[in-house]
Design a protein around this ligand. Sequence first.
Ligand code: HEC
Length: 271
Amino acid sequence: MAEQPSLIKNIIKKGIIGLIVGGVLVGVAKALTFPPVFQVMFFSYAILGAAVFILLDAPSIKPIGGLKAIVALVAFYAVLSGAYIGGATFLPQYDPEDEKGKIEKLLKAKRAASEQGKAEELLARAKALSEKADAIMARLQTVGGVAEAPAGADGAKAAGAPAGGDLVALGKEQWNLQECYNCHKLFGEGGKKRGPEMDNIGNLMKPDELKQKVMDPQTWMAEGFEKEYEKKKMPNKYKELMEEKEVDALVAFLSSLKNTAVNTPKPIKKK
Ligand code: HEC
């Protein structure tokens, strides 16, 4: 029996090499910040490798056959299955339905929040698009007016008249788009935040003056609105929000407001 000590020696020698290789692998995996599962896996591979080499050098066993072989095979599978099942019970157990419920709960709040956000975003986008469409329409109309003008001296006047009407209509759109109605009552509507009624402004301010007021609200002050003027209630943002053409249209609209029945306050020049 000279083989027995050499088998033990074989196991010890290759086992030690396996442990060293495994240790090095774990060290490298840790240095490279692999997750712990991988570190364990690398170590297991090293030990498995050592086991294979041990088996390769192990003395051969007597061949078995017949019923004995079948029983041995079944026993081998039983042990292996037992090891797998036993090992698996140590891992955390998950019920998919349970997990689904938990995830659903977590997502519900988030989804509600993002859906509201989406609706708001869509509304904002729709508003921006309609503003753009209006701007394009305004430009198309002015381009059309210019293109028609040189067609003939008589045609220029004919084309000019409806263009003026269009300008007032475009200006009314600007009144609504820029939300002037929030502060100014007009045609008996709007003006929730206190500002002067506008129905007679066309009789009180010239187009140039109206333009000044819109572009720089500190240029003019409505009589009786000293406090609001000092507090700069009328926003100073339209020169950034509006294009020149849009301001001109708005001014044309304001100039057309000549209802003397309404007491629009007198404008006072400030700068
Ligand atoms: C946040 C409120 C607010 C908004 C929005 C607003 N205004 Fe005013 N506006 C005022 C107040 C307050 C006054 C009176 C004090 C002053 O003259 O600054 C005023 C005064 C005016 C006057 C002078 C009226 C007069 O009788 O002298 C004009 C013209 C005017 N606004 C036009 C507009 C136009 C056009 C818009 C939209 C592009 C607009 N405003 C948007 C608050 C506002």
